[in-house]
Design a protein around this ligand. Structure first.
Ligand code: PMP
Length: 458
């Protein structure tokens, strides 16, 4: 590996083992096996400390590196910007901040304002704070509740965990603040209601919660356009139209969490754009700069924005929030170049074509492996739910699901799974290759799954 001796790499692995606390990881095994350290990346592939090459089918593990690894043009854009002007607090604007906001809004008809911060959690927290401030200022303290959906995820802070529809993620960090209320999920494969028009029925379940809570107490509904870590759930036909009607009927702001789906992942710039939704808030993070710099955006309409500037003499009327590193210029500089790459390399169309190929490959595997109960997704955002029995839909044992993931890893293909976030339902394999994936990459990914399923499940 370029630039590192084997001694350098051994020293890095030892320093990591001694001092780094890895995210989402049980560390006990690292007393006897090396922690995973990724040294290099290029295109769709990464190399670990042992020099092993992996095809990355999950864009950096968590749907992030949309334009692939090793993009010198992004590194150069960030470098040039940092030398000119690296940082000033976000009460002031910046050249890349203004330019990226303009380019982004061009892609989001109906939206108007971009508020910068650093992570998906933070972007979502900003919405929750805006909703609460609107409630205090414009609704006499009412309309303060925020509804979220079972199986959705919105972040890791205490505020966003209060809106975790994934019980195991939130279980040990309570108590949580008041005013966050869960609505049922909409996964038709695990239908909660009988009968036709499942999409409308699942949306009506939201209305039932609103009526139970009292419409004048509910300010906002937050939803992922397609649920990510909760099992790659594409809402059924009719769902979004009804959701939009319900929000309009009860004057409830609609917040779409595009932290995963945003910036091309599903073959449109934003996931909500498949469904003709008119959101009041859109949040995004991961793919905005493909992990080349930390950046997240909370995007609102002009109508929402205006609620915070109606009375310039009132010092309580503006949004009293700051994110120190929301003033870093590396993020928007990287995001601008990231967006140029997606446009110039026609990556949205590639995402649609490669997504169809991947979905078709998975459907073919379904004919062969009875353990695949359902395949679903949009663009390069796909899932395969594994079951012990197709008739009863009993989820496949989590250990076997993990064995499939480990087998793919041994073959040099990194895939993901709904990992320890849903009680009894950590059984969906998750695929989200970079938007640059080629037909050969897609086939290599699904071939690895085919072989893993044969070995693990017979
Ligand atoms: N929203 C969704 C839909 C996510 O999947 C995630 C992260 N997995 C977040 C929000 C939180 O983003 P971050 O980890 O950048 O805080």
């Amino acid at each position: 590996m370029d630039g590192y001796s084997s001694n350098d790499i051994s020293a890095v692995v030892e320093a990591d083992r001694a001092h780094v606390w890895h995210h989402l990881s049980q560390h006990k095994p690292y007393e006897t096996v090396d922690p995973r350290v990724i040294i290099e990346g290029k295109g769709m592939r990464v190399w670990d400390a042992r020099g092993k090459e992996h095809l990355d089918a999950v864009s950096g593990g968590v749907w992030t590196v949309n334009v692939g690894y090793g993009r010198e043009s992004i590194a150069n854009a960030v470098r040039d910007q940092l030398i000119k002007m690296n940082y000033f607090a976000g009460a002031a604007g910046s050249v890349p901040g203004a330019r990226f906001a303009q380019r982004l809004i061009e892609k989001m008809p109906g939206m108007s304002r971009v508020y910068y911060s650093n992570s998906g959690s933070e972007a979502n927290e900003k919405v929750y704070k805006m909703v609460r401030q609107i409630a205090h200022k414009h609704h006499g303290g009412r309309k303060w509740k925020i509804l979220y959906r079972e199986r959705d995820y919105h972040g890791t802070t205490i505020g966003t965990l209060a809106t975790s529809g994934q019980a195991q993620r939130a279980a040990q960090y309570g108590p949580y603040p008041d005013g966050f209320v869960m609505v049922p999920h909409c996964l038709e494969y695990r239908a909660q209601w009988d009968g036709a028009h499942y999409g409308e029925r699942a949306a009506d379940a939201i209305e039932e919660v609103i009526l139970r809570e009292g419409p004048d107490t509910v300010g906002c509904l937050v939803l992922e356009p397609i649920t990510a870590g909760g099992g790659v759930i594409v809402p059924p036909a009719g769902y979004w139209e009804r959701v939009q009607q319900i929000c309009a009927k009860y004057d409830i702001l609609l917040h779409i969490d595009e932290v995963v789906c945003g910036v091309g992942r599903t073959g449109t710039w934003f996931g909500y754009q498949h469904y003709g939704i008119r959101p009041d808030f859109v949040t995004m993070a991961k793919g905005v700069a493909s992990g080349y710099a930390a950046i997240s955006c909370t995007v609102t309409t002009e109508a929402v924005f205006n609620l915070f500037k109606d009375d310039p003499t009132d010092t309580m009327s503006y949004f009293r929030d700051i994110s120190t590193f929301g003033g870093c210029t590396a993020g928007p500089a990287a995001a601008l170049e990231n967006m140029r790459i997606i446009e110039d390399e026609d990556l949205l169309n590639n995402t649609i074509a490669m997504g169809e190929r991947c979905l078709n490959n998975l459907r073919a595997l379904m004919e062969k492996h009875r353990v695949i109960g359902d395949v679903r997704g949009k663009g390069l955002f796909l899932g395969a739910e594994l079951v012990a029995d197709r008739a009863s839909k009993e989820p496949l044992d989590e250990k076997k699901v993990q064995a499939v993931v480990a087998d793919c890893m041994a073959q040099g293909v990194i895939i993901g799974a709904t990992n320890r976030s849903l009680p009894g339902l950590n059984n969906t394999l998750c695929l989200s290759p970079a938007l640059i994936a080629s037909p050969d990459d897609i086939d290599q990914i699904t071939d690895a799954i085919d072989q893993a399923l044969t070995r693990v499940c017979g």
